[in-house]
Write a protein that binds this ligand. Structure first.
Ligand code: C2O
Length: 534
């Protein structure tokens, strides 16, 4: 390890402003391993403990200082849009580089917390106390014995995520009305998809404390283990033959002067340079089934690796292109109120169907809220047809005013005939569960001071009720409430297997659960639900 004096000097000796490639890159490719497989004295764990302790000791003038490095997340992290995955890939790689340098271990590989298998806080991060163990941290939401629930990190969740048909369904969608790849788009909100709104956001809010707050999350060392697993799911999804976004607004986007190299220079990097882990010098163990590094039966126990390898049910024919065109269509060009299933023609002449419903009631714990989306024709016919055409039925829940208590989770059901607050997630009509980690965070331009949650709710009260002007979020970068996109297909086809679907509409039902505060703090208001059949 470097002596403390030498790395203080290195940090102070000039912050090179020129771009640099990622420093501390080991020769060859290192393998990131699951934290649960590492013994307490594993060299990678020792290196991480030493380096985190050293970062906490460095002066604030050094970009590797723990708080200063955590502030990189506060100042730049994109959530709820398609930069979420590449940005966090770079951030944790920058951390990995700093650990390599401070621990003097050029072959250090960042471990990952495979929460699907290891439901408890990793022992190395939970043992001792924050004072005795540099990897420990105050985590009011989760004690050592607590386990993350199935509907957040279980095999069904992972299987749904890995079945996402395109990059934006997998890793959250482009910012609304994006034009161009300049920096101001980095934190404009798009639509969260399940990887982000369920396991990603859910682990943050469940761990609690700093982890539950976007401004502070990476002050908790377990942040890096959590994000390594999110990153790993991305690598696995790619490995299964799913391509990333191919548009210049994504590929050309640059994260310049955001990530420090260990020597104090900037690691300036574009999204395109972040697509392949190998190009960044690492891979994940077990990324390819049957590779060495794990016993065969641990593959069977891992919901990721055991999840069906079946192709992510790619949309048939031009389905993928229609999906892309739908994503490209500015939402203000789509009909605002559609009382029946309407055929929409894209700019290139492709077609899809959509309907929408609006709502201004709040649901809260013990009091679900439903949004009705009329189709004007029998639902059974529509669902039957989509199973023939292999189309999917997407619901975009727009402008959700999230619960003020972010430990609340919101279960989503569709057309459940006897829904109650107690309806279990094993019901055929269960779709998914939403968590809200960064509901009030996305939508701010990089480098801007973040508004407080209270300010955000104030804004929503004033602007969402009177039919927010279509351009409001463009004008001010102001949040319009968070959006989430869910696939209704699996639930609807499960339901139609037991009895014919009745009615002429989709009814999306939101059930807030959990949460520590009074019922009012669990209130959630979905303003609009758009159903698109693509
Ligand atoms: Cu930018 Cu999981 O946080």
């Amino acid at each position: 390890m470097l002596s403390r004096r030498s790395f203080v000097a290195a940090g102070a000796s000039g912050i090179a402003m020129l771009g640099a490639s990622r420093r501390g890159l080991a020769q060859g490719i290192v393998t990131r391993r699951p934290i649960s497989a590492l013994r307490a004295n594993d060299p990678d764990l020792v290196a991480m403990r030493d380096a985190v302790a050293a970062m906490k000791d460095l002066p604030r003038s050094d970009p590797r200082n723990w708080i200063r490095f955590a502030d990189v997340h506060r100042n730049f992290c994109p959530h709820a849009n398609w930069y979420f995955l590449p940005w966090h890939r770079a951030y944790i790689a920058a951390f990995e580089s700093i650990v390599r340098e401070l621990a003097g271990r050029p072959d250090f590989a960042l471990p990952y917390w495979d929460w699907s298998v290891e439901r408890r806080l990793p022992t190395a991060f939970a043992s001792g106390t924050p004072a005795s163990n540099p990897l420990n941290h105050v985590r009011p939401g989760m004690t050592r014995g607590d386990e993350l629930p199935d509907d957040m990190v279980g095999g069904d969740v992972v299987a749904r995520i890995l079945a996402s048909p395109d990059f934006e369904a997998f890793g959250s969608t482009r910012p609304r009305r994006q034009r161009g790849a300049d920096r101001r788009w980095q934190r404009r909100p798009g639509t969260r998809t399940e990887l982000e709104f369920n396991p990603h956001d859910g682990v943050h809010t469940t761990v609690g404390g700093d982890m539950a707050q976007p401004d502070l999350a990476s002050r908790d060392p377990v942040f890096f283990m959590h994000h390594a697993n999110v990153d790993r799911l991305w690598a696995i999804w790619n490995r299964r033959g799913n391509p990333n976004a191919a548009e210049r607004n994504w590929l050309d986007f640059r994260f310049d002067r955001q990530f420090p190299n260990p020597d104090g220079s900037w690691w300036n990097v574009s999204v395109e340079e972040l697509e392949a882990p190998e190009a960044l010098g690492y891979r994940y163990d077990g990324e390819v089934l049957g590779s060495r590094g794990r016993a065969a039966d641990s593959f069977a126990a891992d919901p990721v690796l055991a999840a069906p390898q079946a192709p992510a049910a790619a949309p048939s024919g031009g389905g993928r292109e229609v999906l892309l065109e739908y994503r490209r269509m500015p939402d203000d060009t789509l009909p605002r109120v559609v009382r029946d299933l309407r055929r929409i023609t894209t700019p290139t002449g492709r077609t899809f169907y959509m309907a929408a419903g609006e709502n201004d009631r709040a649901g809260a714990r013990g009091r679900p809220v439903s949004v009705s989306v009329p189709f004007g024709r029998p639902l059974a016919e529509v669902v039957q047809r989509t199973s023939v055409t292999r189309q999917r039925i997407w619901a975009v829940i727009r402008d959700i005013e999230p619960p003020s208590d972010n430990t609340t989770r919101v279960r989503v059901f569709v057309n459940c005939g006897d829904l109650s607050p107690a309806t279990p997630v094993t019901d055929a009509s269960y779709v998914t569960t939403l968590s809200f980690f960064a509901g009030g965070h996305a939508g701010h331009e990089s480098g801007q001071e973040n508004e407080t949650g209270r300010h955000r709710h104030h804004w929503l009260r004033h602007h969402a009720h009177d039919g927010a002007p279509a351009q409001a979020d463009d004008r001010a970068g102001a949040p319009m409430g968070t959006c989430a996109c869910v696939d209704l297909g699996p639930a609807l086809s499960r339901m139609s297997r037991t009895q014919p679907l009745v009615g002429d509409r989709i009814v999306l039902q939101l059930v807030p659960v959990g949460g520590r505060g009074a019922a009012a703090s669990s209130a959630v208001t979905p303003r609009r639900v758009e159903v698109a059949i693509i």
